[in-house]
Structure formats: structure tokens, C-alpha cells
Design a protein around this ligand. Structure first.
Ligand code: C2O
Ligand code: CU
Ligand code: CU
Length: 546
């Protein structure tokens, strides 16, 4: 696509400059593990994490630029935690004004997009005015966290302020991630660099002897765009450019752990990939392309875990690819044993927006390259048939069924609502603590929305057509504990959860960050047993109680 000169004003210098970054030039790096500053007698680990300007060089052919980072790192340092042992983090905002990310809206001539091009060409003046506040709040995504430490969006704090959150870690092993959640500007804060990994481990997982150390690879996938100078050269600075047609961020560059198109030398053996979709809006549908033969393979993957940890047993990845919506995670064993001396490229061909966007916003399919070296000391790992037990929640035990419809409201406005309501429109969902509920997401829009509930891990029951007949299947890799689920257009996605652990106020929302910030987020409250149901139950909020 780089050479396509159609629509002169559209492509211009931008397309030429994307082509100048060499693919797979740089070594993939991994975020460092953060050491606690103290460990209590009970094993509680204490951390202090300051958000500071970070120096980032997205590619060795680009200059270093300033972004935002936890502990001055992008991505943030990884927190390693043990199930049952609390972690206490003082999150401090040490960020200066102004906010480094301005919003540009690209014009969208028929059948084209300026989102594939670096630089501001084809975009309007920056938004917004007045400037974006430098306020932040941290959410541990997938964590069963008391409400006081969950990162309530309005509890964001300014430069010079901090807040201390306790993560009890009373949950099974899983790859969680922490990211910004400040009201109204989450998309800009995460884009600026505020995201990191949180690896929770336990004895059950340890007993499997999964590939570890150098053979366990966390991969944080994100897409970004970059600005250009007057001569059309990439400056390396982040550019947040939307498309007036859909208002979601999609960028031409694929980043892994903060690097554009990296490579990694691997041994001809099995590796454990722990993949997080940390993009604002982009879905990934991943395959491995064998570089010399050009064939695409998904049979080299066996998925062993999802958002909330291990699946009951390893599952195959569908031939279309491993699909990950924003915020979803996949724990995957990949087998490089037959590829000594050859290269494999991780590619993404998910339409953007998903699934209606076609290949318009896929200027580069490549994500990263694996170079399989010849040397090998043998591979002791044998993937067991049984991994864990995931006991299905029984819909017959549900105390309530809640219907939540995903709507564009008003139509054509770009504002997305849940049951016609937004974040300031009160609370309708009030599950009683320790009870089971079924939530039904009725997606009336034309694109998929990844719906995320704080506090809980849930199970996906089924997808239905609006007339109640079966819709798309629940995939094998969705048959575990999930905290984010792809709700397909024109389908009802039914999930079931037990609201256990804590009472208090949480949020649920679409994890396309532009949607979350444009009102596709609502509060829900976990109430103590026997609470009288108090007013405010507007239309459609509560289904059947009883
Ligand atoms: Cu990953 Cu409410 O967020
Ligand atoms: Cu979350
Ligand atoms: Cu959405």
C-alpha cells in the first residue's frame, strides 16, 4: 500500500515516510520487573509507582521522544504477584503539564482514510480547547479489587498527588494489566503510555511446568501513529489522529512492548506467549506467517489461558486466527521446533473497525518477527491435556437477568450509550454480593464492542440473534474465565457472573477507549444481602429479579 499514489492530498508525504522504517530491525525488549520496596511479614509486597515523563524510542531509526510512563517507563514495569498475597501500590502522579497527546480529526474522503498516514496531513486543528487536564487514576484490569482501590474514574488525581491501592490478589493466576482510567480522557492517557503488566501466579499453574524465564514472553500489542516534520520525515512523536467517520483511534504502526515491528531470536522449542491487546480500538486476528514459504499457520498455537487464567484444557486456534478485542488476553504455547533456521512473522488481519472495516486500516499486517536459531539444547516441555478446572456457573441459579442494550444515541452522533444512558445517569445494576446474575448485552450497532466488567471474572453463555435463535458460537478459547467479551453486532451476548468479594461501586464499559470516554460506561453497585431495592430503575435496567 505504501506505493499507492491515489488521492494526492491524502497520501502525500506520509505514505513515503512509513515505508522508511525498516521492519524487524530492532530486538524486542521486555519491561523490567519492579522490585517491591518492602515485604511485610505476611508476605504483602509494597510498591511505589510514580507516573513521570518517559523517554521512548519506538524504533532505532527514530529519535527518542518524551511520552508518559509508570516509573518513567513505557510500557510500565511489570508487577509480579502471588495469588493470596496482597500487593499495596502507592500510585503517584508526577506528570507535568501540558498533556502530550492532542486529538486531531482526519477528513475522510469516500473509501479512504488519513489514519494510515503519519503526520497531520488531512487533519483538522488539534482538539480540544481548553487543554486536557493532567489527571490520572490507575485500574488493575481483571483484578478482584475493593472499590477503594479499583480506580474509580472520578477519583483521578493531579500532578503532585497520589493514592494508595491494595490488591488482595484473592483470585487465581492470570495475566492482568494496569492502565489509566481517568474520567473522560482514558484514551489519551493510555495512548500517552500509561499501561503495564501485572502477572499473578499460583501453585496450580506452577505445577504445570509451563515454559518460564526466557521462554515466557509477555507481548503487549498496541498501535500508534507518528508525527512528521515540515519535510515529511517522521519525528518519532506520538500522533493521535482519528477519522471523522468513526472516531476510533487506529494507527499504521504495530508496536510490541513499545517497539515498532521488532524481532526476537528464539530457540527451536516451545514458548509461552502472554499476549495482551492494549490498543485503544484495534482488534487483532493473529497468525504466524512462515517467511520463506509464505504460508500462514495457526496450528503452531495452542491456547492455554484467557483473561482470567487457565482454560480447562488446551484449545486450537481457529484457522482465521487468534482473535483478541481490546483488553482481552491470550496465554498461548507456540511451537517453533520445526523451524530451526527459519523466520516466522506474527501478522494481524483483523478489520478495523471490527468486523465491518475491511482492510482499509491495515496498511501493514506485520506485528513482529521470530527468528528461530539453529542451536537447541532440547525441549523438556510436554503440554498436558488437562490444565485446570473451570466449573460452569448455572443460569438456573441466577438471581437476576439484566438486559443492557448497546446503542448509538442519538443516531449518527458518535455517542454510544448503554440502555440509552451514560456515566452520569445513575445506577440501574445493583447485584447482591455473592449472588449469580446473567447479563445480556444486546449490540444494536454495526460493530463489535468488547464489554468489560470490573470486579468479576465471568463466563460466556451464548450468543443469540435478536429473534432468539442461535448466533455466533462461543469459541473454545472463550470457555474459561473472562473479564472482557466481544459482543458482535446485531447479536445478544449472554454472560454469567458471581458478584463476589466486595460490595461497592464499580464500572462496566466498552473497552474501545474512545467509546469508554464517549459515554459507553456506567456504574454498577454490588449491594449487601437483603438491601431494599431503591428507586432509579429506569427502563430496561433491571430484568427479572427473583
Ligand atoms: Cu481495562 Cu475499566 O478497564
Ligand atoms: Cu477492568
Ligand atoms: Cu464500543
Amino acid at each position: 500500500m505504501e506505493g499507492d499514489a491515489t488521492g494526492g492530498t491524502r497520501m502525500g508525504v506520509g505514505a513515503a515516510s512509513t515505508a522508511t522504517l525498516t521492519k524487524f530491525r530492532d530486538h524486542l525488549a521486555f519491561p523490567p520487573v519492579l522490585p517491591p520496596y518492602a515485604v511485610g511479614e505476611d508476605g504483602t509486597r509494597y510498591y511505589r509507582v510514580e507516573m513521570r515523563p518517559a523517554s521512548a524510542r519506538f524504533h532505532s531509526e527514530l529519535p527518542a521522544v518524551t511520552v508518559w510512563g509508570y516509573e518513567g517507563l513505557y510500557p510500565g514495569p511489570t508487577i509480579e504477584a502471588r495469588s493470596g498475597r496482597p500487593v499495596v501500590v502507592e500510585w503517584a502522579n508526577g506528570l507535568p503539564c501540558p498533556h502530550p497527546v492532542a486529538e486531531f480529526i482526519g477528513v475522510h474522503p469516500e473509501g479512504q482514510t488519513s489514519q494510515n498516514d503519519p503526520g497531520r496531513g488531512g487533519a483538522s486543528t488539534p482538539m480540544p480547547d481548553p487543554p486536557t487536564p493532567v489527571w490520572t487514576v490507575v485500574h488493575l484490569h481483571g483484578g478482584r479489587t475493593p472499590p477503594t482501590g479499583d480506580g474509580w474514574p472520578d477519583d483521578a488525581f493531579f500532578g503532585g498527588q497520589s493514592d494508595t491501592y491494595t490488591y488482595p490478589n484473592r483470585q487465581r493466576a492470570a495475566l492482568l494489566w494496569y492502565h489509566d482510567h481517568a474520567m473522560g480522557i482514558t484514551r489519551l492517557n493510555v495512548y500517552a503510555g500509561l499501561a503495564g503488566l501485572y502477572v499473578l501466579r499460583d501453585d496450580e499453574e506452577d505445577a504445570l511446568g509451563l515454559p518460564a524465564g526466557d521462554y515466557e514472553l509477555p507481548l503487549l500489542l498496541q498501535d500508534r501513529n507518528l508525527d512528521t516534520d515540515a519535510d515529511g520525515r517522521l519525528t518519532g512523536e506520538l500522533l493521535y489522529k482519528l477519522d471523522q467517520e468513526n472516531g476510533e483511534f487506529f494507527g499504521p504502526f504495530n508496536l510490541v512492548n513499545g517497539m515498532i515491528w521488532p524481532h526476537l531470536e528464539v530457540e527451536p522449542r516451545q514458548y509461552r506467549l502472554r499476549i495482551v491487546n492494549g490498543s485503544n480500538a484495534r482488534f487483532y486476528r493473529l497468525k504466524l506467517r512462515v517467511e520463506d514459504s509464505g504460508e500462514s499457520r495457526t496450528d503452531l498455537f495452542r491456547q492455554i489461558g484467557t483473561d482470567g487464567g487457565l482454560l480447562p484444557r488446551p484449545v486450537d486456534v481457529p484457522p482465521e486466527g487468534l482473535l483478541l478485542a481490546p483488553a482481552e488476553r491470550a496465554d498461548v504455547i507456540v511451537d517453533f521446533r520445526d523451524f530451526a533456521g527459519r523466520n516466522l512473522v506474527l501478522v494481524n488481519d483483523a478489520p478495523a473497525p471490527f468486523p465491518s472495516g475491511g482492510d482499509l486500516r491495515l496498511p501493514h499486517l506485520e506485528v513482529m518477527q521470530f527468528r528461530v536459531v539453529r542451536a537447541c539444547a532440547g525441549d523438556p516441555f510436554f503440554l498436558p491435556d488437562a490444565l485446570s478446572s473451570v466449573v460452569p456457573l448455572d443460569p438456573a441459579t441466577a438471581r437476576a437477568t439484566r438486559a443492557i442494550s448497546l446503542v448509538e444515541n442519538p443516531p449518527g452522533s458518535g455517542m454510544l450509550k448503554l440502555n440509552g444512558k451514560g456515566f452520569r445517569d445513575g445506577v440501574d445494576e445493583t447485584p447482591e454480593v455473592d449472588t449469580v446474575e446473567v447479563w445480556e448485552f444486546d449490540n444494536t450497532t454495526d460493530d463489535a464492542h468488547p464489554m468489560h466488567l470490573h470486579l468479576v471474572q465471568f463466563q460466556v453463555l451464548e450468543r443469540l440473534k435478536p429473534d432468539g435463535t442461535p448466533g455466533s458460537p462461543v469459541d473454545d478459547n472463550e470457555r474459561g474465565w473472562k473479564d472482557t467479551v466481544r459482543t458482535n453486532p446485531q447479536e445478544v451476548t449472554r454472560i454469567i457472573a458471581r458478584f463476589e468479594g466486595y460490595t461497592g461501586q464499580y464500572v462496566y464499559h466498552c473497552h474501545i477507549l474512545e467509546h469508554e470516554d464517549h459515554d459507553m460506561m456506567r456504574a454498577y453497585v454490588v449491594v449487601p444481602p437483603g438491601m431494599p431495592v431503591m428507586g432509579g430503575h429506569g427502563h430496561g435496567g433491571v430484568g427479572t429479579l427473583g
